[in-house]
Design a protein around this ligand. Structure first.
Ligand code: GCW
Length: 675
């Protein structure tokens, strides 16, 4: 059955017409390396080619004839060394795939500087066939632009997942370390196919028990499972761990006993997991413990952990997602205010992990002002793959286009052209891309078929943040469904429009944080009793008789001043602020004239309506594509599109009705009254 378990690694046979051609290009798999990574590479090539070519593919250590697929490194293959491939400068993870001649045979060589590079190349070679690209004259050279490409799981030790919409956790702590579910191997394959090279196994809010010996043994077993695939494991270090699982009475980062405790803990972990990646930390955020509890600062806290990990080569990812309702100012300013003063004070193996926007994974936010603002501190990006504020697993929203918008935003950190992508890639010694996972124990991994595309897009963009969202979507559709343009083109178009559609029915024109409290699924613009001012939707939209929007210019919170001058200037003035961010930066009267000629009020209502209509259009489009899809994956998607249509209507109706109670204005002519 096509339940989605195989993700984009389906390897179904190519069509009859193309079979002869592809069979000639891949007759056997050859490698002289015997490492664990070479073994899984060979297995994947055999599995992929046998499936795609509908025949058994043999393996060997020497080339027997035309069509051999030789993989390895110059160090473990004389043939590869002799071919003088352009491997210099590709680093340990880059690869070259080349159609070549060796010993008078026409072969395909897949080479890396390490076995992991060759593994990535093998997945790429299979992808070319899956996408039905020609493979007889290959000359592919690729290397990641970002060093640490990580998933962050918000999985708890009790197997629940914070903001997880695809069932429970795939990490079964109960049966580990004795039993490793085979699923974890498929998880590693899927990640390796995208070049993801690390994973944080547990929630940033999780308990410190994960650092106790029993759990370390379980983690070690997972690390053993992932190692051949080039994936390192990382853990969350809860700042108060020395008090909770040690016997200390403080977690003060400047206390020598606390420092010694963390050093010993690091030594203990590395003893069990020699290539352990390091720690991810959420400190002094949303009530979590941290150095500020002791009058210390973020650098004190991060550097203490960095010092414990440094002898082993580990890193600390210190999250910049900090805000507190005790700071009586615009919440989105807090991270910049807390971190900017410490630029240059963090150890070399610390990376600040900054969410793409300053608020919290909204359908649209401007890029965080921290990108480019901390040039003497490693600064990486955190994206949320799981759709906490974007309709969970039931709404079809492709995030590739959202992330592309962030990466291509110009920070002006070093003049025009300093895009967020460039700042992340070039500003740092250690580069990082982290994605909050949407993976759970559902058969289809992500809770829907189309959410698999977001995992896929994250991996591709982590490898190359300048990659194009539409090209990634096109690849995903071909690999996941089929390579038929009659199907692919409309589906890619649907995906590419889907994020703007969600923005329109949820938070058009730069509105944000309008979701119902705590669940973050449906509309709640009227909520003003969420327990904290900075959780209230009313705090963010600021609608009243006079107008709507959050003034973040000099007459308001002046958050704009955190951006580099050209950006600050652009967002300061209403006329130069892009309309899709208008109400994020400005409070405007309801009769403010928009580019369309409509008033702000009419435009707002129009956008909500467009959002709802576009969801219906997606449903109609999908219905037409039924002949091209298996029944099971067609049905779940069609059903979810119906849920999305129901929800989009609710969003539109509730939001329009609520804001009308503020504006007191009639609906633009021809608009349906909220039901
Ligand atoms: O997005 C918000 C979520 C919390 C989350 C927090 C964070 C893990 O609502 O569930 O906690 O951000 O990123 O730390």
């Amino acid at each position: 059955a096509e339940d989605g378990y195989d993700l984009w690694l389906r390897y179904r046979p190519v069509e009859k017409q193309a079979l002869v051609r592809y069979r000639a290009a891949a007759t056997e798999v050859v490698s002289a390396s015997h490492s664990a990574t070479a073994k899984v590479t060979s297995d994947e090539l055999v599995r992929g080619l046998s499936g795609l070519l509908a025949k058994k593919i043999a393996t060997g250590t020497t080339i027997h004839g035309n069509g051999a697929v030789l993989f390895g490194t110059p160090a473990n293959s004389k043939t590869i060394a002799g071919l003088k491939l352009p491997l210099a400068g590709l680093g340990p993870e880059g690869y070259v795939i080349k159609s070549a001649t060796a010993n008078g045979r026409k072969i395909t060589v897949i080479a890396g500087n390490s076995d992991v590079g060759a593994l990535y190349g093998a997945f790429r070679f299979l992808k070319e066939i899956q996408a039905r690209a020609p493979v007889d004259r290959l000359a592919i050279v690729s290397a990641p632009k970002v060093k640490l490409r990580l998933l962050n799981h918000w999985d708890n030790l009790d197997a629940t997942i914070e903001r997880g919409y695809a069932g429970g956790s795939i990490f079964n702590w109960w049966t580990l370390p004795e039993h490793v579910p085979p699923r974890l191997v498929d998880y590693a394959r899927a990640n390796a196919s995208l070049g993801i090279n690390g994973t944080v196994l547990i929630n940033v809010n999780a308990s410190s028990l994960i650092l106790t010996p029993g759990y370390i043994a379980k983690v070690a077993r997972i690390a053993d499972t992932f190692r051949p695939y080039g994936i390192k494991v990382y853990l969350v270090a809860r700042f108060s761990a020395p008090m909770e699982i040690g016997r200390l009475t403080t977690a003060d980062p400047l206390d020598p006993k606390v420092r010694a405790w963390w050093r010993n803990k690091a030594d203990e972990i590395y003893h069990a997991i020699p290539d352990f990646g390091g720690f991810l930390v959420k400190a002094n955020s949303e009530g979590q413990p941290g150095p500020q509890d002791y009058g210390r600062n973020h650098a004190d806290g991060a550097n203490m952990l960095a010092e414990a990990l440094a002898p082993h080569g580990g890193v600390v990812m210190w999250r910049a997602f900090v805000y507190s309702h005790e700071v009586p100012d615009d919440r989105i300013k807090q991270a910049y205010n807390e971190f900017k003063p410490f630029d240059g004070k963090f150890a070399d193996n610390v990376i600040l992990q900054v969410k793409n926007g300053a608020l919290d994974f909204q359908p649209r936010e401007p890029f965080s002002a921290l990108f480019g603002a901390t040039p003497r501190t490693n600064t990486g990006m955190e994206l949320q793959i799981t759709k906490e504020y974007l309709g969970f697993n039931t709404h079809l929203v492709y995030l590739g286009s959202m992330w592309q918008e962030v990466f291509q935003s110009d920070t002006y950190a070093k003049g025009a052209g300093s895009t967020v992508a460039k700042v992340i890639v070039f500003n740092n010694k250690l580069t990082l891309m982290a994605g909050v996972s949407n993976i759970g124990a559902d058969r289809n991994w992500c809770g829907s078929i189309f959410d698999q595309a977001n995992w896929y897009a994250f991996g591709r963009l982590a490898w190359d943040p300048d990659a194009k969202a539409d090209a990634i979507a096109a690849d995903w559709v071909k690999l996941t469904f089929n390579a038929n343009p009659a199907f692919d083109q409309p589906v890619v178009a649907m995906m590419m429009g889907s994020r703007e559609t969600a923005v329109n029915y949820m938070t058009p024109l730069g509105l944000a944080h309008q979701m119902g409290t705590s669940g973050h699924y449906g509309p709640g613009p009227w909520v003003d009793d969420a327990g904290r001012q900075d959780w209230n939707p009313v705090y963010y939209h600021r609608a009243g008789k006079d107008g709507i929007g959050f003034d973040r210019t000099a007459t308001g919170s002046n958050a704009v001043a955190q951006y580099f001058p050209p950006v600050a200037e652009k967002f300061s003035r209403v006329e130069t602020t892009p309309e899709n961010l208008l109400l994020w930066f400005h409070h405007l009267p309801w009769d403010y004239k928009m580019a369309s000629g409509r008033t702000l009020w009419d435009e707002l209502v129009t956008r909500y309506g467009e959002g709802e209509d576009a969801v219906h259009a997606m449903g109609a489009e999908w219905a037409k594509l039924k002949p091209y899809v298996d029944d099971e994956r067609f049905a779940i998607t069609a059903d979810y599109l119906r849920i999305q249509a129901r929800d989009a209507k609710l969003w539109r109706d509730a939001s329009v009705a609520y804001f009308q109670s503020m504006s007191g204005l009639p609906l633009p002519s021809g608009m349906r009254a909220p039901a």
